[in-house]
Structures are given as C-alpha cells and as structure tokens.
Design a protein around this ligand. Sequence first.
Ligand SMILES: [Zn+2]
Length: 375
Amino acid sequence: MTNTEKLLRELIALPSVNPAFLPAQNPRAGEQRVADFLAATAARAGLEVEFQTVSPGRSNLLARLSPRGKARQRVLLAPHLDTVNAADGQFTPSKRNGRLFGRGACDTKGSVAAMLTALCEMAEAGPRPAETEIIFAGLVDEEHGQAGSRALVASGLRAGLAIVGEPTRLELVTAHKGTLWLELETRGKSAHGSCPELGRNAVHAMARIVDLLHTSYAAQLRRRRHWLLGCGTVSVGAICGGSQANIVPDHCSILIDRRTLPGETDAGVRRELLGALRRKNLKASFAKQRVPTCLPLETDPKLPLVARFLQSIGQRKPVGVRYFCDASVLAHGGIPSVVFGPGDISQAHTADEWISVEALERGKRLLRRYLQLLS
Ligand SMILES: [Zn+2]
C-alpha cells in the first residue's frame, strides 16, 4: 500500500464532520482530531507545524516547507479538513475493485492525503525549492461557512498561488460561477374573494414575474457566454403568497437562485432584474438579503505559477466548474487560486463516496512533480 493510500485510510477513520451538520457535542463533529493527526505526520517528516485558531476547538493547520535559501515566493496547498455527515459504516475505509470507500474519500480527504504526502516526500527526500516556501494549509469549515479560508485571509498570509484541493478529476480549474440568492416581493391590496375587482392580487403579479424570469430573462442570460463557464442561470426555488381561498392576497414573495459569471456584481444583477421587470410594467422589490453572496472565481491562467502548473500536468486549457469552494474566498482575499484534486465531484456527498486509488496516487505524483519544478 502506498503512503498516500495509507494516510487517506487513516483520515477516513477519523471523523471530521462539520459541526453545523450535527447536534452539539457529537463525538464525530469537528476537524481537530484530523488536524492533530496531520500535524504529527507533518512534524515527523520535518515540516514546521503551526495551528491557526479559527474558533474555540477549530484550527487551520499550517505545515511549512522552507526553501533552501531566502523565500521569494510562496505556494499554498489548501484542502479542507471537514466533511458532510455520513452513516456509521462510512467511517470505516473499505476497498473494492481499486476504489477506496468512505466519507471524505473524494471530498476532500483524498486531496489532503495527496497534497500532504507530496510535501512530506519533498521534506524527507529533497531537494527543497531554492526560493519558494510551500505551505500545506488544512482549512476548517469549507462545507458550511468557509470560516477557515476567511480566517486564513484575515491573518494576512499571502501567496503567489493557492492550490485548493477539491475533486476536479485532476484537471486544473481556474473558474467557477458565483451564487446569489435573492428574495423578491410583490405587494397588492386585499379584498373579499367574491369581489376580486376591488383588490390587487399580489400572487397574480408574481406569477407574471416568475414567467418572465424563466423565459425572457433566462434568454437574456443565455446571450452572455464565459469561455470556461458558459452562461449565468436563474431559477425560482420557492414561492409564498396568500393565506386562504376567499381573500385576495396582498403579498407574495419568491426566492431566486442566480448563478453569476465573473464580472457580475450583486448590485448589477439587481439592477438588471428590476430593469427586465420594468420593461414589462411589472413592479416588485427586493427583501433584505439573508444569505451572503458566493463570489465567482476567475484566475488568470497566464499567471506564471498557473501556466507552469498547466504545462507540468500536460493540460492545454484550464477548465471551469459549477460548484463553489474555498478558492473563491482566498482569491477575493488577494491570493490567486486554482482548484485541483483527485476524484470526481459526482462521487462527493454520496452514500457510497469513493475515490480511485490510482487517481489518488497520480494526484500525489502530479503535485510532487509541479512543486519540484518551482525555483
Ligand atoms: Zn469539498
């Protein structure tokens, strides 16, 4: 068994479910067990280990490989340590037909194992880069509020590149869409259901808006294409209005899921939506936003550290993905970020989460080869 597979098996057997998904004090909750175990592994290999407290009992783990000479640039390997919740059996790793099963196998303890093993091998066998400091940054809370990546950015740590570990099928990802959840409201005037002409029906007004969003506004979005991400999308996920059959409703609201492209802003999207309504003489207003926006990711593939990564793994063009991750937080905090790791996102969060052991090992080799190229 390779060191990477051995480490991944040990990580699966140490539950690190995000505390947001479990009752308080549940023994499977929290990343600290995994962080402590990785810290011991890193220290044995000769890496300098440091914890960065994010909240009580939850710390990012930083494991540093210093260069031979003076550090002139820094590269981060930044996978997350938490997982979603799982059934009992998923905390015991098992292998069938070249696949290792268990919670976190692909999202994203596989990346953790590949990244840390690559770095430990460099520490033990050398050579170290001449002037690049490499830091493994195991982050907490990616699956819920991204408190770990936010804390890392807030600490002032900067780098020329962060490689965020997520299952990308070992393809280098430089872009993903953003997510904006908006609540839109229509107001009317209530009246007795037997004389609807005396009222103004807010549900009817909203019905016209929902139709507009899913037809002409969606078509408007399809006319703008990003070279890696395709088009932005809009979807109405919930509607709420009225109380009973014989009252003309005076209020209706919908929840809108708008996936944004790089360059789009919250304010711009709101203006665009209201403009589309106004052109059809429809009136509505936005309620106070309750869920913070997830910003889109777009990192320039021509940045030298990114271009060299693409070249070293033999990939001609970067790819874009639909899902959001820590890369967006780090990038908007000033650290150019890409996403890379073994496994496929379709295997993540499932009842039989797995990773191909061959892809895991290949991921470790590709990372090691790239890091070895750094000056
Ligand atoms: Zn993940």
